[in-house]
Design a protein around this ligand. Structure first.
Ligand code: TXA
Ligand code: MG
Length: 333
């Protein structure tokens, strides 16, 4: 599949123009955002959008996020723009925040899987910004096969999707997990949190006030977000989360091989880690951990780990998005 190295800070204009030309022609282009790589198609072209669902093997009841370069490009895509949306985008765009708003008919139904709302986001990445400016609004889910781990590098995209799209390779992404999604489409209700993500909840709620609570993958929620199926972001081997004492006990017990191990911060000690075929350490702060989590899961998956033991991370609010992704990677349906 054609994969083009692009300067992540100063994307080459000629390459951006070629990619924009492909998008205008109704083809798919994978590109980096600050969260994960997206698989883009012209958001106003239903035939182009259909190619996304086909490439991902994703059911069409799962709505896509429409990406724009800024606020002014977002306004024509919705029927109502609440005052809170202005405050949010002034503070957090470009950035890892998706707003669900009332969809304008200019956006094909297929983008939103038949819903009368649409998710909108302006990504904070120079390549995404340049591309969206040149090509116009793009529908772009994470650039991976349905229910597999989201890509944080171009190599992950190539491995997951095969020869189905151009890839602009701008190196590893900075945030590492998907955007936070909130629903502002019903102005008679408080905004609802639909997906935890790259924008910390504390920052968001400082501006919105308390959001209607999100759901555990297996739980119920106040407002539905189709596509938030339990199993998601998951490697093919079984994944188990354990606090350090239980982790040590599990390492001393018989386990499927090859065994992968993901540690939080410090080493466990030679004897214990030696019982896993492969072990990785992730940073002990939530941003650093989120940045590298999917790459760690991709690596252990590629190494063919039959099982991955993950050291549990704190249950605090700062770690909520990481815990959500670990939980989704653990759920078996
Ligand atoms: O960070 C991100 O958001 C990445 C990058 C590429 O921007 N994109 C991403 O897209 O994660 P995707 O398609 O993998 O996840 C989109 C999710 C849907 O599964 C759904 O949960 C929610 O966003 N969503 C999108 N549009 C919605 C809508 N109209 N109503 C409710 N939920 C929606
Ligand atoms: Mg996804």
């Amino acid at each position: 599949m054609p994969r083009f190295a692009i300067d992540a800070q100063r994307p080459e204009p000629a390459l951006i123009e070629r990619a924009a030309e492909r998008l205008r022609a109704g083809e798919l282009v994978a590109f980096p955002t600050e969260t994960v790589y997206g698989l883009g198609a012209n958001a106003l072209d239903a035939r182009a959008v259909a190619k996304i669902y086909a490439a991902k093997g994703r059911p069409s009841f799962n709505p896509l996020i429409v990406h724009v370069h800024d606020h002014s490009a977002a306004r024509p895509l919705v029927r109502r723009w609440p005052a809170l949306a202005t405050r949010l985008v002034e503070r957090f765009w470009p950035g890892p925040l998706t707003l669900v708003l009332a969809r304008d008919p200019a956006i094909p139904e297929l983008v939103s899987a038949g819903l009368d709302t649409v998710g909108l986001r302006a990504p904070d990445h120079p390549v995404a910004q340049a591309l969206l400016r040149a090509a116009g609004p793009c529908a772009a889910p994470s650039a991976n096969r349905y229910q597999s781990i989201s890509p944080t590098t171009a190599a992950h995209v190539a491995r997951s999707l095969g020869p189905q799209a151009w890839i602009l390779d701008g190196g590893p992404t900075r945030v590492g997990i998907e955007s936070t999604v909130i629903d502002l489409s019903d102005e008679t209700q408080a905004p609802a949190l639909l997906r935890l993500g790259g924008l910390p909840l504390a920052q968001l709620e400082a501006l919105t006030g308390p959001l209607l609570r999100p759901l555990a993958p297996s739980g119920t929620q106040a407002r539905s977000s189709p596509g938030q199926v339990g199993r998601h972001y998951a490697p093919s081997g079984e994944l188990e989360r354990l606090a350090r004492p239980e982790l040590l006990a599990a390492l001393a017990a018989p386990q499927p091989a090859p065994l992968g191990l993901v540690l939080l911060g410090d080493e466990l000690g030679e004897g214990a880690t030696a019982r896993a075929a492969h072990h990785l350490r992730l940073p002990a702060d939530p941003e650093g951990y989120a940045r590298l989590l999917y790459a760690a899961l991709h690596t252990l998956d590629e190494l063919g780990c039959a099982k991955i033991l993950v050291e549990a991370v704190p249950e605090s609010r700062a770690w909520a998005a990481v815990n959500d992704r670990l939980e989704r990677a653990t759920v078996v349906v």
